[in-house]
Ligand binder design. Sequence first.
Ligand code: PRP
Length: 218
Amino acid sequence: MIDTLTIALSKGRILEQTLPLLATAGLPPEEDVQHTRKLIVNGPKIENTQVRFLVLRAADVCTYVEQGAADMGIAGRDLLLEHQPHVFEPLDLQIGRCRMCICGPRELVERGKPETGSRIRVATKYDNLTRQYYLEHGIHAEVIHLYGSMELAPLVGMADRIVDIVETGSTLKANGLVEETTLFDISSRLIVNPASAATKQKLIHPIVQTLRAALQSA
Ligand code: PRP
C-alpha cells in the first residue's frame, strides 16, 4: 500500500517564496501550484510514499495541520500566534517577512497613543491578538472583525485604528495611514502535526534537516 505525506501550502504572497524551498527539499510539485485551480497537487514519490500538496487559504493551513488532514504545512507566525494551534513548529523558514502593527490615520497617531481607560474601535482579522494587547494596556478596545482590506475601516470612520500586517508599507501610504506601534516581526514557519511527527518521523525528519541546512547556509 502507498503511504501519503500531505503538505499544506498557503496561497497568496508567500507561495512564490515557498517553491524554491520545496525544490531544495526535493519536493517539487508536479503542477504550477500558483495558477492551478486544483486543490490537491501531487509532488514526488519518495520510496513508497506519495507526497501531495493542499493549496489553501493561509488562515486554513493551521487547521488542516492541527486536525491531521495535512502532516505538515507552512504558516505565518501571525496566524500561529492568533490561533495557537497544537502543532510543532520546528523551523523558521525566513520567508514571508513582515510585521504586525497598530496603524491609524496620521493626524490621530500624531496626537499620541490612547490613554489608559480610554475607548477605541479597532478593525482587524487578528481579534485575539488585538484584544490581548489592549487588555494588557488597560484600553477598552471594541474589536471589529474584517476579512481583508483593513486599511479602509479608518477611512470611512468605522474604526480608529487597525491591527494588520505591514510589509512594504505601500498600502498604508496609499491610504494616508501610518504605523503607531510595531507588535512583533513575522515570518513563515514550518509546522508539523504532532501525531504525524511520530508516525512519519522517517519521512519528516530528513525534510526538516535538509531545509534547516539550506537555511543555515543561505
Ligand atoms: C496585506 C495586509 C495589508 C498589506 C500590507 O493584505 O493586510 O493590507 O498586505 O502589505 P504592504 O505593506 O506591502 O502594502 P493582502 O494584500 O495580503 O490582502 P488582504 O487585505 O485581503 O488581507
